[in-house]
Design a protein around this ligand. Structure first.
Ligand code: DLL
Length: 435
């Protein structure tokens, strides 16, 4: 058994011991080296030196993305800059980015965590891993890269984009594991098919380690059918490391948290109360042994739950469920709370439409208007206006019933919604732009 497999099958009380020892150091390290934590712990009356168990940690205040942004660029570093060997940043669509810094130790841990995805896929040195996540400040490319190296696989760092070349390499280099966003994997598959290539037969893929965005079970099934491989979901975020915080095993029954490095809690986002296993809420993460950018009770805004019980694979690290979106994904449409995943669930019941959709929000006469653009499948007769009208009305009625809010449905031709090589853009909010 490899040492990683030994860690992954450790009795859970031993994992908890590792976590508690690490957390004790993390809270003291944050308090002593990061002025933000000194202030926030003191204000909350939280004594980092008194932490002995997980209940004690629960008395610590949360840290938010805004806190990390306010500390830009180096305010959250717990080590001297000379010990930092690499820096990544979140894309920061709303302005200031958040910074993730890594010591040599942090980079090694990162590689080991992502390498668990390769282990879960029953892979190792005999695999050829094509990394088509973007390389750069985004953590996808280099995180997968370090994971590939740590697992002993042969890494081909194609980065994102140049889809025809990706396809050529997939066919010619014997790639067995592909790493990219699920939407980019679908785009690669569809482009290959449109080029007359049958990826299910001509590619040699065994597994895809896909994450960075939510994707439905149907989307996964379609990917697995088109590419004839197994899709494993990988979760992570710049603020705590990048990809590898949690990864699915071949059971595809939740993502095993790398619990020796991350302590996860689920809270009620409205009250901050910790919820029991099995209940859905917001994921909060404390790093166990991160040196450069430790976080104590970071509110991820991601919605999931801890799956009770143990996994059939025999590994002992607890699992989170596949993510159901983010608390800040919630759209408030005419006062009604709507999650894009609810819209997706309805769409999936219509076999005539594909998984490509975009939600556009506009304002008309001071009221929110939601338009859902969805692509029909290539075998649907798009020229039959009667059929299109009928289907649009059926989908509209189903959405109204499910969401209690009217959604205008506009079916469009296959391949007409722009594809992305990274995270797909599902919601376009044009409200407030006087349209
Ligand atoms: O997306 C890190 C990553 C790269 C994860 C490659 C997996 C693969 P950020 O750009 O900081 O980091 O975005 C983090 O993306 O808080 C989630 O909302 C979302 N996210 C990440 N993985 C998943 C997933 C990377 N498997 C944010 N399912 C997170 C759903 C995900 N959402």
């Amino acid at each position: 058994m490899s040492s990683q497999e030994e860690i992954l099958t450790m009795p859970h009380d031993q994992i908890e011991q590792v976590q508690i020892e690490g957390i004790k150091k993390t809270v003291v390290n944050c308090y002593e080296n990061i002025p933000f934590y000194k202030k926030s712990f003191d204000e909350a009356g939280f004594d980092p030196y008194s932490v002995k168990d997980f209940d004690d940690l629960r008395r610590a205040p949360f840290v938010t993305k805004q806190d990390l942004r306010d500390a830009y660029p180096y305010g959250m570093l717990a080590v001297p800059l000379r010990d930092v060997k690499e820096i990544h940043m979140s894309s920061g669509t709303t302005g200031v980015a958040t910074v993730g810094a890594y010591t040599e130790h942090d980079l090694r841990i990162w590689g080991d965590c992502f390498a668990r995805g390769v282990l879960y896929a029953d892979g190792g040195p005999d695999d050829v891993m094509q990394v088509c996540y973007g390389y750069g400040l985004f953590t996808g490319g280099l995180g997968a890269h370090y994971g590939g190296l740590s697992s002993g696989a042969t890494v081909i760092p194609t980065s994102a984009g140049n889809t025809e070349r990706q396809i050529r390499i997939l066919r010619e280099m014997g790639t067995t594991i592909m790493c990219c966003t699920p939407s980019y994997a679908m785009h690669i598959a569809d482009t290959a098919i449109s080029m007359g290539v049958d990826p299910a037969k001509e590619f040699t893929l065994r597994a895809g380690i896909h994450g960075a965005e939510a994707f439905s079970d149907n989307f996964r099934a379609e990917l697995e059918r088109k590419l004839n491989y197994k899709v494993l979901d990988v979760y992570g975020l710049t603020e705590t490391m990048g990809p590898g915080v949690a990864i699915e095993c071949m059971e595809q029954d939740g993502l095993h948290i790398a619990e020796d490095h991350f302590y996860c809690e689920i809270i009620d986002p409205a009250t901050g109360e910790v919820l029991p296993d099995g209940e859905w809420g917001e994921l909060v993460i404390t790093t166990v042994d991160r040196e450069a950018s430790p976080v104590v009770r970071y509110r991820t805004r991601d919605i999931t739950r801890i799956l009770p019980g143990t996994c059939k694979c025999g590994r002992t690290h607890r699992r989170i469920d596949r993510l159901h979106g983010r608390t800040d994904d919630m759209l408030i449409i005419r006062g009604v709370n709507v999650f894009p995943s609810q819209i997706e669930n309805v769409m999936e019941t219509f076999t005539q439409v594909s998984s490509w959709y975009q939600i556009e929000l506009t304002t008309k006469n001071y009221l929110d208007v939601v338009t859902l653009k969805a692509e029909v499948n290539p075998d649907f007769d798009f020229d039959s206006t009667g059929a299109i009208d009928r289907l649009q009305k059926e989908i509209q009625a189903a959405l109204k019933a499910a969401l209690s809010v009217g959604v205008k449905v506009k079916l469009v031709e296959p391949m007409s919604i722009p594809r992305s090589t990274g995270k797909a853009k599902r919601v376009i909010d044009l409200r407030g732009e006087n349209l």
